[in-house]
Ligand binder design. Structure first.
Ligand SMILES: Nc1ccn([C@@H]2O[C@H](COP(=O)(O)OP(=O)(O)OP(=O)(O)O)[C@@H](O)[C@H]2O)c(=O)n1
Ligand SMILES: C[C@](O)(CO)[C@H](O)COP(=O)(O)O
Length: 251
């Protein structure tokens, strides 16, 4: 409820980009975030995607611990609009630890945080803005997501080469494939990470940690081009999207 005796906290939004993964599923080569798409490192595409939003005034890149200097050089070589500051911090052994390192580096005045995978370099600015707007409208946690095209089965995992028994078929119309940026009220996300540090349970995304607090997470429409570059075929798709953007002057 609005309390007129309490001064409004100014909204300031930061994007934290976990970029410290190795990219094992992509195959041998440089760390995934440093591999190029249309000649530009994936990380730079992701940083630009955040900086395109006028709401984002700070981008924190969580880099491989042995790649801090290289990432700083890349950011110097690819300047952003003047309104966007950048910070680079070393990541951890898991995505969760890397996100925590990014959160720890945020200045006090940040009230809204976006967590965005470097591995989703092509997310359109409208998706970023929709997430920020939903947080600013009062949702403590917001994820962009799309309905699924495939039917999904829950299985009893078995060893390699052993057929896995199906245990359930969730109703597809109720399922969503979740993307990033995921947007949060900063205090809520800090609480979620602190709780996980105590109980030790992990989650494959940040919203999952907030759900464990019992806080409602809401979904806004995601975008097909916000897909995660995970396996080699994703590189082919990403290059095709960039070629189409260049041909239509949309980039
Ligand atoms: N220790 C880690 C692991 C992952 N990430 C980041 O989290 C995002 C999503 O992770 P994923 O796509 O799984 O990247 P990788 O861990 O690099 O991929 P893989 O699992 O194939 O090694 C990526 O931007 C990745 O750089 C990170 O910052 N720190
Ligand atoms: C955060 C995420 O991109 C949401 O779909 C996904 O969970 C990351 O998973 P990964 O295995 O770390 O790539």
């Amino acid at each position: 409820m609005y309390d007129e005796t309490r001064p409004e906290r100014p909204h300031r939004t930061a994007a934290v980009i976990p970029a410290a993964g190795r990219g094992v599923r992509l195959g041998p080569g440089a760390p995934k975030a440093l591999r190029t798409l249309a000649g530009t490192p994936m990380l730079i595409h992701a940083v630009r995607a955040m900086a395109r939003s006028r709401a984002v005034s700070l981008v924190v890149v969580v880099a491989p611990a042995d790649g801090i200097g290289e990432v700083k050089n890349l950011l110097d070589e690819h300047p952003l609009p003047e309104r966007t500051e950048t910070l680079v911090v070393p990541g951890g052994d898991t995505r969760q630890e890397s996100v925590r390192a990014g959160l720890d580096a945020l200045p006090e005045d940040i009230t809204t945080v976006l967590i965005h995978d470097a591995a989703r370099p092509l997310v359109p600015v409208d998706t970023v803005d929709a997430v920020v707007e939903a947080v600013r409208d009062g949702a403590p946690a917001v994820v962009p997501a799309l309905p699924l095209a495939d039917t999904v089965k829950e299985v009893e995992p078995a060893g390699p080469g052993t057929p896995e028994p199906v245990v359930a078929t969730p109703e597809r119309s109720r399922l969503r494939a979740v993307q990033t940026p995921q947007g949060f009220d900063r205090d809520t996300l800090d609480r979620a990470h602190a709780a996980i540090a105590v109980n030790g349970e992990g989650a494959t995304d940040d919203a999952g940690m907030v759900e464990k607090l019992g806080v409602t997470v809401v979904v806004v429409p995601g975008h097909e081009e916000a897909f995660k570059v995970t396996r080699p075929l994703d590189l082919v798709l990403a290059e095709a999207v960039l070629a189409r953007r260049r041909a239509t002057d949309a980039y």
